[in-house]
Ligand binder design. Structure first.
Ligand SMILES: [Zn+2]
Length: 355
């Protein structure tokens, strides 16, 4: 919450320097591994935290002492930006800080899936699209993390802005994957995937024949994410598209940037449950999409889930922990999470969904 307030405050600053100061403080707080309360000293002051200056410290103390920040409220009201900031949901509520993620992973009272039993990540990007990790690095990182599998889901050709892969490049990638799978047989398995793009009208950008050549199709929205218009029909259409396995970062929200899709999520979750399409919890810290509150509604609707890092680099695989933390807070049973399924079971499910 405090990091969110500091980001709100950054968004209404008029100088670049103060914008940067508050944003840096927000990042520092979001990245703390201990709860912010533990920095409070007996005399009511705050223990020094790197990157957090006196103005940000004042906001932190206000929140710790009163649960709210009059400083931030005043700044937002003064700039007349209160409405806009609320609409974009900048930084508030359901984004977990690093400390909250670690607490959720450790908390034995939560009945959700554990980090130790997680078998493999089902959304990540390689150098074939906008990632910086080669397929070899993906295999090495997966083995180092004791995973059994990982799906390579580069962006499809419908998203040139993220260097989407052409079908010809995809064929080359599949030959590379076959070669690596042969070398590491019985030890680690790369899964042939794609992150297809959900167009504005709900069409998924690859043809049925093209989708058939893939083991995991993640369909995700990347446009019209700032519109407040209802987009239930768009997402429903994507979920009902044969050959789609995972609804990726369903809202397309980004912390401090955009609120993402506005839709009747309960209807979408019902349709996903009926089609046995997995709803993703994307662990990218700026996405956290869907979060534990929405995930609980998806659970009630009978959905299955995919918990993914959306890693573009080897260092980002740990983002899966953020997704697992949300799933634990939503009390999702591990058997409802496809990343906890044995490989054979996972591949059977994926083959059944192919049209
Ligand atoms: Zn995406």
């Amino acid at each position: 919450m405090i990091a969110g307030l500091l980001r709100d405050l950054a968004s209404v600053q008029t100088t670049r320097q103060s914008k940067w100061g508050y944003a840096r403080a927000a990042d520092a707080i979001a990245g703390l591994t201990a709860p912010i309360e533990s920095f409070l000293q007996p005399d009511g002051s705050l223990r020094k935290i790197a990157q957090i200056g006196p103005s940000s410290t004042r906001v932190v103390l206000e929140v710790l002492q009163t649960g709210a920040s009059p400083t931030v409220e005043r700044a937002l009201a003064d700039r007349g930006k209160r409405h806009e900031v609320e609409k974009t949901g900048v930084g508030r509520d359901t984004f977990l800080s690093r400390a909250e993620v670690l607490a959720a992973l450790k908390n034995r009272r939560l009945r959700g899936p554990s980090l130790a039993d997680y078998r493999g990540d089902l959304q990540m990007h390689s150098t074939y699209s906008d990632g910086s990790q080669t397929l070899e690095v993906i295999v090495e990182t997966g083995i180092a993390r004791r995973y059994e599998y990982a799906a390579v889901t580069d962006h499809s050709y419908g998203l040139p802005i993220a260097r989407g892969v052409s079908m010809a490049r995809l064929a080359t990638q599949h030959r590379d994957i076959d070669r690596l799978n042969e070398i590491h047989a019985g030890r680690f398995r790369l899964i042939k995937g794609i992150e297809a793009n959900i167009l504005a009208d709900g069409t998924v950008d690859m043809t049925p024949a093209e989708r058939r050549g893939l083991e995991i199709v993640v369909a995700a929205p990347h446009s019209a994410l700032r519109s407040s218009a209802d987009q239930t029909a768009r997402i429903l259409k994507a979920v009902r598209t044969p050959g789609v396995h995972i609804l990726g970062h369903p809202r397309g929200r980004k912390q401090g940037v955009r609120p993402g899709v506005n839709a009747n999520w309960d209807r979408i979750f019902e349709a996903a449950a009926r089609a046995t399409v997995a709803v993703e919890i994307d662990g990218d810290p700026r996405r956290q999409d869907i979060d534990h509150e929405l995930a609980r509604r998806a659970l009630d609707a009978g959905c299955i889930f995919s918990l993914d890092s959306d890693a573009h680099a080897a260092e980002e695989w740990a983002y899966a922990e953020i997704a697992i933390a949300h799933a634990r807070l939503a009390h999702i049973p591990p058997e409802r999470v496809i990343n906890y399924w044995p490989l054979d079971f996972l591949l059977d499910w994926s083959a059944n969904l192919r049209d």
